[in-house]
Design a protein around this ligand. Structure first.
Ligand code: FO1
Length: 320
């Protein structure tokens, strides 16, 4: 598949949160952006100050336009918060930190949505404006909202749970509201159908990948896909690299290990990359019909990001 320089194939990634963007930094060093289609989770989307914020899609937009804050892995680098401060003076709630630079994206998307664009079209238009050559597509154009049920049976939005309450609230259930009715975008389905390779990065299985799999069209397209489907476990020795994955998996009754991840994805997964520290789980994962690769799966440094991307792309025959 190697032509001149970087190889030419179609690779589709499912991305949410901060895990998959870290892997993408490595993938971008090895492949042209135009070979990549990324289906983004929109379960985190919410309205702040009257504007739709789509954090997982926006992180992708910032990553592919080389503006992402690589400390937080969301928002724009060198951000300022003057508008937020002013909003505070006006007694608006300011627990969700929208930056001055970030506002430009929300204002533009809001204008496009108000003039009749679908979310997919608005994101595509913004990608064109920012000269992004990767395709970034939302999982759906319809509202699907990840919500958390606390012990008092109150529903919290994903952003309330994550940002306002810092993931410190016990959760009884997670709902992907609207997912039973919502249609996946045709762009997302085609990206799965036409891919040579499908990659699920080390994103939170409940809050980042869960909303996408809750769309039956996406899950069925993955099951039917002839492409090799490879995932990276977000857990190492039963611990998440970041975020509440372990806590949520346990609260919802799943095994918080790479074997638990394999069980969640077993209907469509061909290969799972797990930490060398978890090699003892290999046999049980292979018993599910999934090939296991043991490796260093930390993505803290650029070298680690490139090395893990290389392992994945070699396994699927894209680089040698
Ligand atoms: N995460 C925070 O922890 N605090 C924030 O104030 C915050 C603001 C924010 C604004 C725009 C955006 O795109 C993302 C933002 N995030 C913030 C990250 C976001 O809440 C989550 O990390 C993602 O939804 C997880 O996928």
């Amino acid at each position: 598949m190697e032509m001149e320089g970087k190889p030419q194939v179609s690779i589709t990634l499912l991305s949410g949160g901060t895990g998959t963007p870290k892997l993408l930094l490595g993938v971008r060093e090895l492949l042209d952006d135009k070979m990549l289609t990324i289906i983004g989770n929109t379960g985190d989307d919410d309205i702040f100050f009257g504007l739709l914020v789509s954090p997982d899609i926006d992180s992708l937009i910032y990553l592919f336009s080389n503006q992402l804050d690589l400390e937080k892995f969301w928002g724009v680098e060198d951000e300022t918060y003057n508008t937020l401060q002013q909003l505070g003076l006006m007694k608006e709630p300011t627990w969700f930190h929208l930056g001055d630079k970030d506002l430009a994206l929300h204002l533009t998307r809001n204008r496009l949505l108000s003039s009749g664009y679908t979310l997919t079209e608005a994101i595509n238009e913004i990608c064109i404006k920012l000269e992004i050559t990767a395709k970034i597509v939302p999982m759906t154009d319809e509202p699907v909202k990840t919500t958390m049920l606390n012990e008092k049976n109150e529903r919290l939005s994903f952003q309330e749970y994550t940002v306002k309450f810092r993931e410190q609230i016990p959760v009884k259930a997670v709902h992907y509201e609207g997912s039973e009715k919502a249609k996946a975008t045709k762009e997302a389905i085609n990206a799965i159908k036409n891919a040579n390779v499908i990659i699920l990065g080390p994103s939170n299985p409940i809050t980042s990948v869960g909303p996408m799999l809750a769309l039956s069209e996406i899950k069925n397209a993955l099951i039917k896909s002839k492409a090799k489907v490879i995932a990276v476990s977000p857990l190492d020795s039963g611990k998440a690299f970041s975020g509440p994955a372990v806590r949520l998996l346990k609260e919802l009754g799943y095994e918080a290990s790479s074997l638990g991840i394999a069980n969640l994805y077993k209907d469509f997964l061909d290969v799972l990359v797990i930490s060398s520290n978890d090699s003892k789980l290999s046999e049980s994962i292979q018993d599910l019909g999934i090939k296991v690769i043991c490796s260093n799966i930390s993505l803290k440094t650029k070298t680690e990001q490139i090395n893990l991307a290389k392992i994945i792309l070699k396994e699927v025959g894209i680089i040698f």
